[in-house]
Design a protein around this ligand. Structure first.
Ligand code: ZN
Length: 878
């Protein structure tokens, strides 16, 4: 029930000194009042109310009067005094319509409230009105202005958006802005009659008659409290909000018929209350891939201060002559669109006019291709700013050096200079300031500037870093391969990978890596160029880093590839290869037994643990290996091993007795020549020697071939999860944004010290935060060859984004904590995909604006990897 309270409370509290200055008038539904009055208060003898009826203020009776009355400007109407004959009017019983209200003094209101409260406790069937039980916290203030026009029997009433918060104004619209039906108000307080006597002087501000006398209304739980109490109905109502709001006028009318049938009455209030709650829940039609536009518009259309502004009279701020602006047309088109979205009973709006203006001024958004909602947002904020720039003639502003002044002094000067040229609602609400520090790498010249921003574009740290897993294989025969996962700059170079890996496995100063990509059990390529981009390495590649002693680098490589001797014939082709190629170095001239020795040494870490009962073959082998490894301590291990120490004791091994070695090609596909043990293998200077080693079956058990074959992918993506979802906190993104970084080569800075362009290092700090903080998450990356979208899940706070530790200057009075109120989402791939917006709409309610569809969405759905642009507003500290 609309327990609307009107408190007669002049805004200039100084003005009224006598007793009636403290008297509050409550504005309440007449039937609610009369129920209590009849039962308790008696017929309030002599207290006949003065009846007023509402009528259109004449200046608003044009063809656009509905729009005008509701939005274009303030609510204006007349209260016309009726003859006091009304207690049985033509409409049958008086005072039962939802359009009948009463003005009563505070004590009478409290009595009525108490009666309803008691009655509610006694009667369970809902005969009485349920709102009455509730406390007075539902009272909200509404400021209106009264004036006395020329006709002596009427009062002018104006409710302005300037005086009232947007919520209150909306509620006032619901009560007062009814075109089709008269509103009747009985004044039992006697206050209004002051206007018709000579007591106007009791209102000191009356002199400023054009403005009227301000009065403050306290509005009590008009809609929200009902919705909370009746959650289920509310949900249904919200889903049918379009229907409910489209019949908002008539829903109030229906109670005229039924007398005090409270169920009817309550239902009708229901209709109207969900209408109030559904204001602004209006979809935007998709005009062909315009969801990017709809998403941004809905976020802006629910930005508190901007709504107030554009629903108000902003036309005088239009700056049609600004050469940087769009002739005021974007601002006008945007304002018109906003009014349509916030009109009571609005159905989904087709933003054609806005789109055509946009196309005119920003042809990049033409056509029916999908565009970027953030790019549009940036354009729109800038365009609105210039169209609404209050500065008509921008003064020339000289940028001065810091000259040893404090940062605060310099920052304030920058800000003043900025405001001298830029002053608009966008600046008021959306602009902040950051500090930018450039340092010349040569002369160390420091340059500090303080620049404005309208949004922060934060990198997602995963755009910069990448994890890579490599298998490190030692070439000293002393340890098994192991896998290392390191994090490297995504757009880094090969040397970054080597450096990271060196740290990870504590590479000695006398050691080095040879990194190779392995494919089909052979070496596909070596990665040797330090400046090569890491983007050349794909996630599914398999990389091995062979760990070498630096001293032996002058010797050519020998690469051993492994093959099962028996299997090769079974399959009819040489597909029996297995394992990671083992790599070492060998002098240009070596015998077959040197090669054999070397191989055995490399294999040693893969030997399976043995029992005590050893065959003599094994013991001789292990003795040999010990001997080999014994020599490693003094000489480079790869060159060690006596000529006769090889397995097979210096004679060619019989086919079934041990490994067979063949000269082969890089892929290990041919057996060019069998290597005899006593044979000196000649090879070309510093050319790689490829050796294919054929394994007799009986050795398979001797060595752990599984270990030899275990090779990790650079980045293993799970088969089941689409992609392992990276998660990063919004604060980490902010830190990445604020991190000191060298400028890119395409972004050189002209150093005034060196008098030339240089690759300065740049550091950003937040200095001044705006009331509305827009944060853009850089999900899309564009490079020469390809575009990419990051699906990273960004964990962003929804009710307490605290930037206190990130702001460089902190003596500011303003709060650095923010609440989320809107999100522009992008789903799907780049270039295609779909945009929507999540918008907070009072209490803990969120709505999903998906083009023309607007549906409630639960709060736990707000955070997702689709979040693309975040809209925060500053928390108001109490
Ligand atoms: Zn310099």
């Amino acid at each position: 029930m609309e327990a609307v309270a009107l408190s007669e409370d002049l805004s200039d509290s100084t003005q009224r000194s006598d007793s009636d200055s403290k008297q509050q008038i409550y504005f309440i539904p007449y039937s609610w009042w009369r129920d209590a009055q009849d039962s308790v208060l008696g017929d309030s003898d002599g207290k006949r109310g003065i009846l007023y009826v509402t009528s259109q203020a004449s200046s608003y009776a044009g063809p656009m009067k509905i729009i005008n009355n509701i939005f274009n400007s303030d609510l204006v109407f007349n209260l016309k005094r009726e003859e006091d004959t009304v207690h049985s009017g033509e409409n049958g019983e008086v005072g039962v319509s939802g359009r009948d209200y009463a003005l009563v003094p505070a004590e009478m209101w409290v009595q009525a409230l108490r009666w309803h409260s008691d009655s509610k406790a006694a009667v369970k069937d809902g005969k009485c009105f349920s709102a009455a039980e509730d406390d007075m916290t539902d009272v909200y203030p509404l400021q209106l202005r009264l004036s006395a026009p020329r006709e002596t029997n009427s009062l002018g009433v104006r409710i302005t958006k300037k005086d009232n918060g947007v919520e209150f104004f909306k509620r006032a619209c619901k009560i007062f802005s009814v075109e089709s039906e008269m509103l009747r108000i009985w004044d039992f307080s006697g206050q209004t009659s002051l206007f018709f006597t000579n007591e106007k002087s009791k209102f000191p501000s009356y002199q400023r008659q054009s403005e009227g006398i301000p009065l403050e209304l306290q509005v009590y739980g008009l809609s929200d409290s009902f919705k909370c109490r009746e959650g289920k109905k509310d949900e249904r109502a919200a889903q049918h909000s379009t229907i409910a709001s489209s019949c908002c006028g008539s829903s109030v009318m229906m109670n005229g018929s039924g007398g005090i049938t409270n169920s009817n009455f309550i239902r009708s209030v229901w209709g109207s209350s969900c209408e109030a709650g559904s204001l602004g829940l209006t979809g935007l039609q998709n005009l062909g891939n315009t969801c990017f536009m709809n998403s941004s518009i809905q976020c802006l259309a629910h930005t508190p201060k901007l709504v107030d502004y554009f629903l108000g009279d902003y036309s005088r701020e239009i700056n049609p002559d600004n050469p940087l602006g769009m002739d005021g047309e974007i601002a006008l088109a945007f304002g018109d669109l906003l009014r349509k979205l916030w009109a009571p009973g609005a159905t989904p709006v087709a933003p054609r006019t806005f789109k055509s203006k946009l196309s005119r001024f920003a042809p990049q958004f033409n056509g029916f291709n999908q565009h970027d909602s953030q790019e549009l947002l940036a354009f729109l904020l800038d365009g609105l700013h210039e169209d609404l720039n209050r500065v008509k003639c921008k003064p020339y502003v000289e940028v001065k050096d810091g000259d040893g002044r404090s940062d605060k002094e310099v920052a304030d000067e920058y800000w003043r200079n900025h405001l001298a040229r830029n002053d608009s609602i966008i600046v008021d609400v959306c602009q902040g300031q950051y500090k930018s520090t450039l340092v010349c790498p040569v002369c160390k010249k420091v340059s500090v500037t303080f620049d404005p921003f309208m949004y922060l574009s934060l990198p997602l740290p995963s755009t910069m870093m990448r994890t890579m897993t490599l298998t490190v294989v030692n070439t000293d025969g002393n340890s098994q391969p192991s896998q290392y996962t390191i994090t490297v700059p995504k757009h880094g170079k090969f040397e970054d990978l080597i450096q990271g890996l060196s740290v990870a496995c504590s590479l000695g100063v006398n050691e080095t890596f040879l990194v190779a990509e392995i494919y089909n059990n052979c070496i596909l390529r070596y990665l040797e160029e330090p400046s090569d981009s890491l983007s050349l390495i794909r996630d599914q590649d398999q990389l091995v880093a062979f760990r070498f002693i630096k001293d032996v680098e002058q010797f050519p490589l020998v690469v051993f590839m492994h093959q099962l001797m028996e299997d090769q014939y079974m399959h009819g082709k040489m597909t029996s290869s297995f394992g990671i190629p083992l790599v070492s170095r060998l002098c240009n001239s070596a015998s077959g037994s040197d090669i054999c020795n070397l191989y055995l040494k490399l294999l040693k870490p893969f030997q399976t643990p043995r029992n005590d009962s050893q065959e003599c073959l094994d013991s001789s082998e292990s003795a040999t290996l010990e001997e080999v490894s014994g020599t490693q301590d003094t000489t480079p291990p790869v060159l060690g091993g006596g000529v006769n120490s090889c397995y097979g004791n210096g004679v060619d091994s019989p086919l079934d007795f041990g490994f067979q070695f063949y000269i082969t090609d890089e892929k290990g596909t041919s057996k060019d020549k069998k290597i005899g043990m006593n044979e000196i293998v000649e090879k070309e200077e510093s050319k790689q020697l490829n050796v294919l080693v054929c394994w007799p079956k009986k050795y398979i058990g001797e060595y752990d071939t599984r270990l030899l074959s275990s090779l990790a992918e650079v980045f293993k993506s799970s088969l089941f999860a689409k992609k392992p979802q990276e998660s990063v906190s919004l604060y980490k993104c902010l830190e990445a944004f604020l991190k000191e970084e060298p400028l890119g080569p395409e972004d050189m800075w002209y150093c005034p010290g060196c008098k030339k362009h240089c690759q300065a290092s740049k550091k950003l700090d937040l200095w001044r935060l705006p009331e509305i903080l827009v944060i853009h998450l850089k999900r899309f990356s564009y490079s020469r060859c390809f575009k990419n979208k990051l699906e990273t899940y960004v964990d962003f706070p929804d009710d307490n984004l605290d930037l206190s530790t990130y702001i460089a200057y902190r003596s500011d009075q303003l709060c650095n904590r923010y609440m989320l109120y809107a999100v522009s989402n992008h789903y799907g791939s780049m270039g295609g995909g779909h945009y929507t917006a999540f918008v907070h709409h009072g209490a803990d309610r969120w709505y999903d604006f998906d083009d023309s569809h607007v549906n409630p969405v639960s709060q736990d759905k707000i955070k997702s990897s689709a979040a693309y642009v975040l809209f925060y507003r500053r928390v108001i500290e109490v």
